[in-house]
Design a protein around this ligand. Structure first.
Ligand SMILES: NC(=O)c1ccc[n+]([C@@H]2O[C@H](COP(=O)([O-])OP(=O)(O)OC[C@H]3O[C@@H](n4cnc5c(N)ncnc54)[C@H](OP(=O)(O)O)[C@@H]3O)[C@@H](O)[C@H]2O)c1
Length: 324
């Protein structure tokens, strides 16, 4: 089968190639899936460079999120051949087939196609874990979302709007603000460059934000410490900007806010019942048409380089999906 193989860590994708590899062997208990769609997530890019916390042994097949149909499964397990499933492990999604434990998969809700299903789980699961589970989001609250044009950021905007929050969608890319406003219809868009606290104060009528969702870090985190309301939460999601910020602890004390670290995947592993509840809540909202995953483009797996390079250049609004 064809698979996107990382055979060497490289800063420029030179250690990645589309290769012909052996079909995965289904071990007892596993589910063999024919992959119909796989979405690109920032950690996929980081893993080609060895810069993600998970460092799979080389060579490995890239791709952490897929949707497809079951080819073979244990007769006493939860899945049957032809079941439509979504999910994934840390690797293996950018291929024609994958063999996964059943815990890494769940049924695709009725009405959702493979492309949408592949784009839903990681982004909205992260958004839900951060905003609802750890952030305690309530309708009417102000939420500032950074990296809002990204997969996780746009999902956070969409979810927060669907749950009745007031959303400021913030992007560091001026050319993406128009597309961003159209994609998630926030209450305001914000160009997150330099000092943006005064703009946030103006938008919120001086209230500042109950929740700040930050997948970017660095200067964005630093300025965001000035945008959180007393009693609010600054949710640390990631460091797409490249710099991990540091903070003096007197700042959250004086300003009365909490800094909350979010690891959505680990949260679901440590608290499996909560993880299950989060996945079900996201899928139920998607099935009811209350969530609108934004697919920037769908490309054949052969054009993987274009997808990875576009993510690296920050060109994507929402998600890119690769179809094998
Ligand atoms: N904590 C968790 O559980 C969890 C789960 C999933 C992902 N993450 C993390 O969340 C972050 C975003 O992931 P994603 O899949 O949404 O990625 P993505 O689709 O590439 O979005 C990242 C966004 O960050 C912004 N950004 C700002 N500076 C950037 C830079 N120097 N390089 C690239 N992007 C930059 C860009 O938005 P603008 O141009 O609009 O500013 C970009 O669209 C990553 O750090 C990822 O590791 C964390």
């Amino acid at each position: 089968m064809k698979a996107l193989l990382v055979h060497r860590l490289s800063p420029d994708l030179s250690g990645v190639e589309l290769a012909e590899v052996a079909m995965p062997e289904r071990r007892a208990g596993e589910v063999l899936v024919r992959i119909r769609a796989a979405s690109l997530n920032f950690p996929d890019l980081l893993m080609t460079r060895g810069l993600y916390q998970a460092k799979p042994e080389l060579p490995f097949v890239a791709g952490l999120e897929l949707a497809g149909e079951v080819i073979a499964a244990d007769p006493d397990g939860p899945f049957r051949p032809l079941d439509r499933v979504m999910g994934g492990n840390k690797t293996g999604a950018f291929a024609e087939y994958a063999s996964l434990p059943p815990t890494a998969l769940r049924p695709i809700p009725d009405g959702l196609d493979f492309v949408t299903a592949a784009a839903l789980g990681a982004a909205y699961g992260t958004a839900w874990t951060a905003l609802v589970e750890q952030g305690g989001l309530k309708a009417g609250q102000w939420v500032l979302v950074h990296g809002a044009s990204g997969g996780v950021g746009l999902a956070a905007c969409d979810l927060a709007k669907a749950l009745g929050a007031k959303v400021i969608a913030a992007s560091g890319s001026p050319e993406k603000l128009g597309a961003l406003a159209a994609a998630c219809q926030p209450d305001a868009v914000l160009l997150a460059q330099g000092r943006f606290r005064e703009a946030v104060a103006e938008i919120t009528g001086g209230e500042l934000c109950d929740l700040v969702f930050d997948p970017v870090g660095g200067d964005i985190f630093d300025e965001s410490t000035r945008c959180v309301a007393f009693g609010g939460k600054l949710l640390v999601i990631g460091f797409a900007g490249g710099r991990i910020a540091e903070i003096s602890t007197n700042i959250p004390l004086i300003k009365g806010f909490a800094i909350v670290g979010v690891r959505a995947g680990e949260y679901a592993r440590r608290f499996p019942e909560r993880g299950q509840a989060i996945r079900e809540a996201v899928n139920a909202m998607a099935a009811a048409g209350r969530l609108h995953p934004h697919i920037d483009r769908v490309l054949p797996l052969e054009r993987w380089h274009e997808a990875f390079a576009a993510m690296d250049r920050r060109e994507i609004v929402g998600k890119v999906v690769l179809v094998p």
